[in-house]
Write a protein that binds this ligand. Sequence first.
Ligand code: GLC
Length: 441
Amino acid sequence: MSAQTQVMTPQACTDLAYAILRRNDRGGYTVPNHSVYPFQWNWDSAFVAMGFATFDRARAWQELETLFLGQWPDGMVPSIVFHAPADHYYPGPSAWGTRHQPPTTGITQPPVAATAARMIVEAEPDRQTALAALSRVFDPIFASHHWWHTVRDPDGSGLVTVVHPWETGRDNSPDWDGPLSAIVPTVDVSALRKDNKVVDPSERPTDLFYNRVMTLVEEAKALHWDGLSVARRLSMRVCDLGIQCILLRADHDLLALAELSGREAEAQQLRDWIERSTKAFARLKAADGTFRSLDLVTGQLAPCVTSASFLPLYARVASPQEAETLIALMAAWQDDTPFMVPSSDPRHDSYDARRYWRGPVWIVVNRMIADGLAHYGFADTAERLRQTSAASIMTHGFREAFDPRNGDGLGGRDFSWTAAMWLEWAGQPARTDTAGLARLT
Ligand code: GLC
């Protein structure tokens, strides 16, 4: 069990959540956690902006604007923006060898910014103020969606390509075991790692994993980080179900914002992208009725269900029957993993309750799944998910992830996005079905 002994009251959690966001604020952007992740991370910041939107909308907009300072000329929003140096993280700017200022990685992360922007707009009572703030981020966000639908879908298939496990945000998921197994490491970075010195190594990815993923970085460096070459030629090319769903949802949110601000040309483009990706989901469906990630190199669907398999609910792309299949699956998992939703199928060989993305629960993923459940009419299941998420936090603090068997805290402490999701969702019982992410119809 983790060190936290006393169960916090909801009010104490709320106070601590504010304190964590304040402490992790580096002046316009928020680090996910000081000791493990000392820079600005892409999807972390979008979720953090949702948390800020509950009490400081100006700061919420600023979080997104600062993230987009890292945007590349072709529209890509990098996974990390290295605004200020910090020597306790590997791989830092020199390992990536990119040319942007401020320095960034050369890969991206799940596109949550449009969904966050929509939430901030909806939290703003004054429409003119909301539209003025939106006008500052709309074009950069649209450019990032354009990048996904063109550079990362070069053949217009409706399925977007990811080229590195860290792009998916679900870094160490069994979804990437197959694609990575074909990669023969050309580097050995085991001595350079810092993550496994600050967090229990049994909860972190292995050295072999790090050597493989840094080999992908070397491949991209050899292509001078040219977007289309990377998308077509890296050894790992997969359609990540998580990103495919998060992008489709973000397209819907950006469409709502385009309509609100009278951007008809962009709205039409978004409708076309939405139609194309929605149709392409058929290629991600496995024989058991669940959706999976797809290895674009081998044509194989991922062998097991992961927490991403529930995100078609969040994307509104599941049929009622597919939604029922997912509910039945959750019910089947409930006994082994009462603190839902494990990041990977607890009955599959690759499951590991405490190792990154192979079992542990992330509150941001729960937030998206709960939103989808509520939309499909499963309000009770959504509420149960909120309650187990809240119980884990009240008992173990604002940890990076939680053990699905007992809610025990895992990974780093005082995590910004866990604090933000407490403020926006887990600590807000009355809001589950009516506010925030769940408002999209
Ligand atoms: C880990 C997670 C990733 C997250 C980052 C910062 O790398 O896998 O999703 O963005 O930590 O919290």
